[in-house]
Design a protein around this ligand. Structure first.
Ligand SMILES: Cc1cc2nc3c(=O)[nH]c(=O)nc-3n(C[C@H](O)[C@H](O)[C@H](O)COP(=O)(O)OP(=O)(O)OC[C@H]3O[C@@H](n4cnc5c(N)ncnc54)[C@H](O)[C@@H]3O)c2cc1C
Ligand code: FES
Length: 346
């Protein structure tokens, strides 16, 4: 059975089968719905069901409460239609022309940037190129069918290899192998580009970029893109880490700030070591942004990093009047196959 889906506010219409997921069908028809994990956890794909009914026949998504479902909220990456639908979604203009590919890559460089951060450079086959928008991510496909997500740290203008910054997660299946097993010349299969976290380069609003730990990776790609495009609005990068040792590639950021007077860099340390003799900002990075900007309503705000940072920042920035249409984020959620294993769900 097929259903008609009407998207608001654009008025776009498409047909889909009842057994398809709404996000899959929308992307298939070339409508760029926002999404992140595609696994029901991150809520990036959330939207409203204005008319009609949806269901979650596989399993209830981790990111949706029964209460929100009753209010008409839906996670389109998991929802399937039970009827014709009218739905409300913030479509993305720019990502829709980009094909998502599954490709083999070879690790051509591995460099330890900090005690728990490894940089990988992945080379695509000679005949292939991965088109992407600055800030998007790729999935590394593991042999058993699971996937691990990592943001692209280079700008699309420099796509001769893909750069990743990988933080070692204690007990982590994949990231521990990156530090103790995987070596240069090994092959990795990837799928990408993915996600709706990318630089809105048609905006002239001042930019606040907030990164937590390896959340610096997509921020780097976006700032490099902004420099390459000659964007002139102020860009203020807040980078929250524990201690100075975690400010890997600090010299690069300081060079951006020296060479471009519209780029500002504010590192924020949560637990500076005594040897750091740190004179700069301390505390939580989102507090530093909220302290400096009493009104965020005219800014484009990008944030990327650990889920607790993203959640705290969403609340703090709402109080500063951030415009939700101009708040963009990628939350570094763990893969839900791990969460299901921890909670005993299948
Ligand atoms: C869109 C996106 C982009 C990302 N980009 C980057 C990036 O650029 N750089 C980067 O370093 N990371 C990034 N991440 C996070 C990265 O995907 C995870 O760190 C990685 O999947 C961990 O894989 P693993 O196999 O090593 O760990 P897993 O084996 O999946 O988990 C390791 C251990 O962590 C614990 N754990 C699992 N889930 C949780 C949880 N929710 N809370 C607390 N503990 C938990 C468990 O003890 C588990 O054994 C990104 C994530 C997303 C969704
Ligand atoms: S994309 Fe749907 S919850 Fe993450």
């Amino acid at each position: 059975m097929s259903f008609k889906i009407t998207i608001q506010p654009s008025g776009h219409v498409f047909e889909m089968e009842a057994n398809e997921k709404i996000l899959d069908a929308a992307l298939h028809h070339g409508f760029a719905f926002p999404y992140g994990c595609r696994d029901g956890a991150c809520t990036t794909c959330a939207g409203k069901v204005l008319a009609g009914k949806v269901a979650y026949p596989d399993e209830w998504p981790l990111g949706l409460s029964e209460e929100d479902h009753e209010k008409g909220l839906a996670l389109f990456c998991q929802a399937r239609p039970l009827s014709d639908l009218e739905i409300e979604v913030k479509e993305i203009g720019a990502a829709k022309d980009i094909a998502v590919k599954t490709l083999p890559t070879r690790i051509i460089k591995m460099e330890k940037l900090a005690p728990d951060v490894m940089m990988l450079h992945l080379k695509l086959p000679a005949s292939e190129r991965l088109q992407f928008l600055a800030g998007q991510y790729i999935d590394i496909l593991l042999k058993d069918g699971r996937a691990r997500s990592f943001s692209l740290a280079n700008s699309p203008g420099h796509d001769e290899f893909l750069e990743l910054h990988i933080r070692e997660v204690p007990g982590g299946d994949f990231t521990e192998r990156v530090f103790h097993g995987i070596k240069e010349k090994d092959l990795l299969r990837i799928k990408g580009p993915l996600g709706s976290f990318f630089l809105r380069d048609d905006s002239e609003r001042p930019i606040i970029m907030m990164a937590g730990g390896t959340g610096f990776a997509p921020a780097k790609g976006m700032i490099e893109q902004a420099i390459e495009m000659g964007l002139q609005q102020p860009i203020t990068l807040y980078w929250g880490v524990r201690a100075t040792a975690d400010l890997y590639q600090r010299e690069l950021v300081e060079k951006w700030a020296q060479e471009h007077e519209h780029i500002h860099f504010i590192p924020v340390l949560s637990e500076p070591d005594e040897v750091d003799n740190w004179q700069g900002r301390t505390g939580f990075v989102h507090d530093a942004v909220a302290d400096d900007f009493k009104d965020l309503s005219a800014h484009d705000v990008y944030m990327c990093g650990p889920p607790p940072m993203i959640e705290a920042a969403k609340k703090a920035f709402a109080l500063r009047g951030v415009d939700q249409e101009h708040l963009f984020y990628d939350s570094f959620e763990f893969s839900t196959d791990t969460l299901k294993a921890i909670s005993g769900r299948t």
